[in-house]
Design a protein around this ligand. Structure first.
Ligand SMILES: [Zn+2]
Length: 246
């Protein structure tokens, strides 16, 4: 089985933010332990007495919010976010990142959460079809309990209503996502950082974090399938997602 851990970055309601991002990492089930262990080692380095107190949440680290993060200066905190992302540098090539950045103003009458979730689940389905023959592996989407439980659960309900469409389209994915507590899952914490990296890239043109993961997005035959930039305002966008589709 392949697990796609997703988390969100950017607020749907906040008009000062142009983007909403859903993003994360796809991990074959036998690699989740390795990935969690790598992040645990970093947590031990930050707080040797009690690594379980360290929850990697990129926007909190960046803002220096909370007892653990306020002891580091800004540059150190930026470096911690980068180091969380850089655990992927030594990962097997079967661990790939996915993200969808939705420019909210481009789609005024649609829910960006729904748009991003539909986009990512269809990409995940295609990925499973490509890496495994004849749907031999199932996929499960794992989401942070605290983030968009309600709207995403509404979404999976809608898919059930339109059963056939969802069933035949997303053949490889188990239909109801799994919601987990981010405190208990290091991999969900990594998904949070990936969403944050993509959000900073599109919302603030800050490449500091995106550069750490750019090479990890699912790509085949010169196309960056793992990253989508949903927008209608900039035909000539030169981001890697738009360029690879032209
Ligand atoms: Zn673009």
């Amino acid at each position: 089985m392949y697990l796609l851990y997703l988390d969100d970055s950017g607020s749907v309601a906040n008009v000062n933010e142009k983007y909403f991002v859903l993003g994360g990492v796809c991990v074959p089930e036998n690699s989740t332990r390795w990935l969690s262990y790598e992040l645990e080692k970093l947590a031990q380095e930050i707080n040797p007495e009690n690594p379980r107190d360290v929850e990697f949440h990129a926007s909190e680290i960046f803002g220096g919010r909370g007892k653990i993060w306020e002891q580091f200066n800004r540059q150190q905190r930026i470096e911690i976010i980068r180091r969380v992302l850089l655990v992927l540098e030594n990962a097997y090539s079967s661990i790939v990142t996915f993200a969808c950045a939705v420019h909210k103003e481009s789609f005024p009458n649609t829910d960006p959460v729904m748009t991003a979730f539909e986009d990512l689940s269809s990409r995940f389905n295609l990925y499973l079809r490509n890496v495994t023959s004849e749907y031999s592996h199932k996929g499960l989407i794992v989401l942070d309990k605290s983030s968009y439980e309600t709207s995403l659960q509404n979404l999976s309900f809608q898919f059930k209503e339109q059963g056939d469409q969802w069933g035949s389209f997303q053949k490889s994915i188990i239909e109801v996502p799994l919601f987990v507590n981010s405190r208990a899952s290091r991999v969900i914490q990594l998904a949070d950082h990936i969403a944050y990296a993509v959000f900073r890239r599109y919302n603030a043109e800050d490449l500091t974090y995106f550069n750490c993961i750019e090479g990890r997005f699912d790509q085949r035959e010169g196309k960056m399938h793992g990253l989508a930039h949903k927008q209608t305002y900039k035909y000539s966008c030169t981001c890697p997602a738009c360029i690879s589709r032209r």
